[in-house]
Design a protein around this ligand. Structure first.
Ligand SMILES: [Fe+2]
Length: 196
């Protein structure tokens, strides 16, 4: 169990919500401001300066620090560390639900919707529907199969992510916006990391 007080409070709060609220959309709406509070925690921010930047997108390597996985409800707490100029694939998170919070840095978040009927596993027609530059404290609520990309600015960007499930052992979709091609990826490698 994570030792940082703000994280302990967050996890306990989320467990209480999961125990009383079965609907995932409602759970995530309630958790959202709790994640916002945790992102404002000075100690968490200080600790994040020790977290490693090890992604190598050119070689297809992306990792998440895995801070916590709930033994009963399956939700997880991750970090995604991106160097200046680093860009994610245009992707979805398959069937999982996500609150992606910016702890440090800043980035450009672009959202897409599928214009096609969504049934093809190999090709998609994407429409760009939102494009914004975000700062620490911003939280992107990513529902199942919602398509998005994040591009880090001049500073490194540290994301703290609340997910309904641990990723890395099922296929996610990576999209080529120009050609419409979809390829399958296991997504970020999960690296257990003790958050003290
Ligand atoms: Fe994502």
């Amino acid at each position: 169990m994570a030792q940082l007080p703000a994280v302990r409070t967050f996890v306990a709060g989320v467990r209480a919500i999961y125990a009383r609220e079965p609907d995932m959309e409602k759970r995530f709406e309630i958790v959202r401001p709790m994640l916002k509070d945790m992102l404002a925690d000075a100690k968490l921010n200080r600790r994040s300066h020790d977290w490693p930047f090890r992604n190598n997108p050119a070689r297809g390597y992306v990792e998440n620090l895995l801070f916590y996985e709930d033994p009963d409800f399956g939700f997880v707490l991750n970090s995604l560390m991106k160097k200046p100029g680093e860009v994610t694939a245009v992707h979805d998170h398959a069937h999982t639900w996500t609150l992606y919070g910016v702890l440090r840095g800043g980035e450009r978040v672009t959202r897409y919707v599928r214009k096609d009927d969504g049934t093809s596993d190999v090709r998609a027609e994407l429409d760009r529907v939102d494009d914004r530059v975000v700062e620490p404290g911003y939280i992107d609520f990513v529902r199942p199969y919602e398509v998005h990309v994040e591009a880090t600015g001049a500073e490194p960007t540290v994301g703290v992510i609340f997910r309904s499930h641990r990723v890395g052992d099922f296929w996610q979709n990576y999209y080529d916006v120009t050609t419409g091609a979809i390829r399958k990826s296991r997504g970020p490698v999960q690296i257990p990391y003790e958050l003290r």
